[in-house]
Design a protein around this ligand. Structure first.
Ligand code: MF3
Ligand code: CO
Length: 248
């Protein structure tokens, strides 16, 4: 069931989103060779607490951390760990923030030190694909218009689109209808209406799109060991167009 949010609801979600955006800006400052993803996770938990918010992912379906930290070939849902990040790594930090009962969800990929040209291209193209998807998030379009815009651009850049993990409606709970695939056909799927709040969160790989899951039951990697990045925003469909609630 799709829940439609009022202007006031969207304002509340925007506050959660802005806090999340500020948290990402802080992460950008502290990510350097030598820091571990567990230290970043601890930083996030403290930052949210200090600002009256909580990390919604912690305990969600048994997920043990505040953030997902997905390094290099990890697509998503990587566990933060004690290993130090090193120059050349790329890492996606994903989190869901709860503030006054409302949620916002945003993932961002970061470089550690100097990264390869291939990694940089992947990151730039994944971020761009997110914004091309967001442009299609207007009243009267369909979900498939978002999916198609992302897939067309990504594949044109020689990258592949992960299918197993998709965007979603969000509000007081993390995963609501509708589903938001990152590959699909124009003019198909649910109609976009005022008051819908969605995540768009493309995961692109430099190699093939296929996924394998580690024994921890969560960590999703590229099957072929290629690099993967993800950028995610929470957006509201408004009369004025898409409003990016997690804009940094
Ligand atoms: N933020 C993610 C999403 O878009 C991941 C949630 S999985 C969790 O849905 F278990 F970590 F919460
Ligand atoms: Co999400």
């Amino acid at each position: 069931m799709i829940t439609y949010k009022s202007k006031r609801d969207i304002e509340q979600m925007h506050k959660a989103g802005q806090l999340l955006a500020n948290c990402h800006k802080e992460i950008k400052k502290i990510i350097k060779p030598g820091i571990s993803t567990l230290e970043i996770d601890a930083f996030v938990e403290r930052f949210l607490k200090e600002h009256g918010a909580t990390p919604e992912q912690k305990g969600y379906q048994g997920y043990p951390f505040a953030t997902c930290a997905s390094v290099n070939d990890v697509i998503c849902h990587g566990f933060p760990n004690k290993k130090k990040l090193k120059s050349g790594d790329i890492v996606t930090i994903d989190m869901v923030v709860k503030l006054n009962g409302w949620l916002a969800d945003s993932a961002w990929s970061y470089t550690v030190g100097e990264v390869s040209e291939k990694a940089r291209h992947l990151m730039e193209a994944t971020e761009k694909s997110l914004y091309l998807g967001i442009e299609k998030a207007v009243i009267g379009n369909r979900i498939g218009d978002i999916s198609h815009a992302i897939q067309q651009y990504a594949e044109g850049e020689g990258l592949s689109v992960v299918r197993e993990f998709i965007g979603h409606g969000i509000g007081r709970v993390m995963h609501e209808d509708p589903q938001v695939p990152h590959a699909g056909t124009k003019g198909t799927g649910p109609l976009l209406k005022e008051g819908m709040v969605l995540t768009i969160e493309p995961m692109l790989n430099t190699g093939k799109r296929y996924v394998k899951i580690d024994n921890d039951g969560w960590t999703a990697r590229t099957f072929d060991g290629s690099l993967s990045t993800q950028y995610e925003h929470t957006i509201a469909i408004t009369k004025e167009g898409p409003l990016v609630l997690t804009a940094q």
